[in-house]
Design a protein around this ligand. Structure first.
Ligand code: KIV
Ligand code: ZN
Length: 516
């Protein structure tokens, strides 16, 4: 069976999802989990796009050992140089260059002739090759490009040193048979095609990204690009967990293997959902809450008689645990440490102490602490960048009743150490708290999105809230957990404001290149 390489772009194309912006520590946690999941390559970002992206790519390149780390670059020397600066510490660095080849993009976006595009691509692939052993070149909008032009430019960039040729369906426009035909055409019409690996990269605008990726593989692609949970620009990218499980379950039809450890699927999906705030719908294939639920009596009866009657994927295959009860009030530091180890999460001694305190506080209110709770606590602690100069909630109180106006009183510690307090009303408790916080915080705030969900089930489950705020006109996301929904909501709100403060402090998002 031939081996298909899995190229994950959650941290680059996935991070381009509207409303997603991960900080460096969050990116690092996702990168470590992708390494555990066993992806062959991870695209860590687009270093020339901002200082923050550069630093995150560098941190990932310096940390990840068993997966090739790659970065996106336009076909311009300065992007290639910046990518090299970010990636040179990596164990297996590679670069991903892209240039559009469709008439629409060349005419209206690039304002270049096909000949100019060809020359630029060849020149920049040769330039990148001086630094990188592995050079991937993508023909952006390949699926709407002229096949003959595509064949010619591919031949030339392979001669210039490209080792991977990616043919993206940038706008999610193609169909499985059409996309498959494009790969077949290149296999048959590019004389040196065997000197490079062919890669597919599909967007999901028409809901066909996974099907298109599999069609590409049937026609010669040996690398599949995609994201965890299918997040990405617009309707997202091909969902890697769906691709991986399809290849596994239909191994009779697809004679290919991957290096993925499928039992890490669920955890990878959960982590990405938690840190991006993009939760998967209940009926999402492979990782949705209902993916293994059998509702109808006939189905339940069949599964009880023989699981294979209605179950083609087992929960165990993708690491879904049904029985993950772990610690309680009487669990001590040792049991806690052992459990963290068992979860496979590396935490410094200092952060372990903070996590243990949070765990102890939780056990005051919650009898049984599950793997999911623990994972939530650990990720909160691991990705917290707001230890200095932050707004801190010292106390809040909400009066709510169906017969009176919800009123919140908040006592807040400001970054310069003052304690400030006020009270406001709202239509509901959350609005009352948010209006009070808004009153106390000097920044100009606008709430764009608000979500609340529970971690696992049960009446005493942890509440998790995600918000998106505009702070002084800049969009920032925030995340907060607590046992109470109002407290979780307040924490998420403050977390967004504090992230903004940190961002201002480090000038992290100083955009260098915005035009592609
Ligand atoms: O969809 C696309 O074309 C891309 C390229 C940058 C490869 O993401
Ligand atoms: Zn893309």
């Amino acid at each position: 069976m031939s081996r298909i390489r899995i190229f994950d772009t959650t941290l680059r194309d996935g991070e381009q999802s509207p409303g997603v912006n991960l900080n460096q520590l969050e990116k690092l946690e996702i990168a470590k989990q992708l390494e555990r999941f066993g992806v062959d390559r991870m695209e860590a970002g687009f270093p020339a796009s901002s200082k923050g992206d550069f630093q995150a790519v560098k941190a990932i390149a310096d940390t990840i050992k068993n997966t090739s780390v790659t970065a996106l670059a336009r076909t311009v020397k300065s992007d290639i140089d910046t990518a090299w600066e970010a990636l040179k510490g990596a164990e297996h660095p590679s670069i991903h260059l892209f240039l559009a080849t469709s008439p629409i993009h060349m005419t209206y976006k690039l304002k270049k002739t096909p000949e100019q595009v060809m020359n630029t691509a060849v020149e920049m692939v040769s330039y990148a090759k001086e630094k990188f052993h592995e050079v991937q070149w993508s023909a952006e909008d390949a699926s709407r490009s002229d096949l003959d032009f595509l064949a010619q430019i591919i031949e030339r960039v392979i001669d210039a040193g490209a080792t991977v040729i990616n043919l993206p369906d940038t706008v999610g426009y193609t169909t499985p048979s059409e996309y498959g035909q494009m790969f077949k055409y290149m296999k048959e019409n590019v004389p040196n095609i065997d000197q490079a690996r062919l890669s597919c990269h599909c967007h999901n605008d028409l809901g066909m990204a996974v099907a298109n990726s599999l069609a590409a593989v049937e026609n010669g692609a040996t690398q599949i690009e995609g994201t965890i949970n299918g997040i990405g620009e617009r309707a997202g990218n091909a969902s890697l967990e769906e691709v991986a499980v399809a290849l596994k379950v239909r191994a009779d039809f697809y004679p290919y293997t991957t290096g993925l450890k499928l039992t890490e699927t669920k955890r990878t999906s959960d982590l990405v959902a938690k840190l991006t705030g993009m939760y998967v719908q209940a009926n999402k294939a492979v990782v949705g809450r209902n993916a293994f639920a059998h509702e109808s009596g006939i189905h339940q009866d069949g599964v009880l008689k023989h699981a294979s009657t209605y179950e083609i994927i087992t929960p165990e295959m993708v690491g879904v645990k049904t029985n993950n009860l772990v610690l309680g009030k009487h669990s001590g530091r040792h049991a806690f440490k052992d459990k963290v180890k068992e979860l496979g999460i590396e935490v410094s001694e200092e952060k372990l102490k903070v996590a243990f305190e949070a765990f102890k506080q939780l056990t005051d209110h919650k009898k049984e602490v599950t793997d999911d709770d623990l994972f939530t606590i650990l990720m909160e602690v691991q990705t917290d960048t707001t230890s200095v100069n932050k707004y801190q909630l010292e106390m809040f109180q909400v009066q709510y009743g169906t017969a009176n106006i919800p009123t919140a009183t908040v006592l807040l510690k400001t970054p310069d150490g003052r304690s400030v307090q006020t009270a406001c009303t709202g239509q509901g408790s959350v609005e009352a708290v948010y209006r009070t916080l808004d009153e106390l915080i000097t920044e100009n705030l606008n709430l764009v999105d608000y979500q609340i969900s529970s971690v696992g089930g049960g009446k005493d489950a942890l509440a998790e809230s995600h918000v998106q705020l505009e702070v002084n006109g800049q969009t920032v996301n925030g995340r907060g957990t607590a046992q109470d929904v109002i407290e979780a909501s307040a924490n998420a709100f403050l977390n967004a404001v504090n992230r903004y403060m940190i961002r201002q402090h480090t000038q992290e998002n100083n955009v260098v290149a915005s035009e592609t």
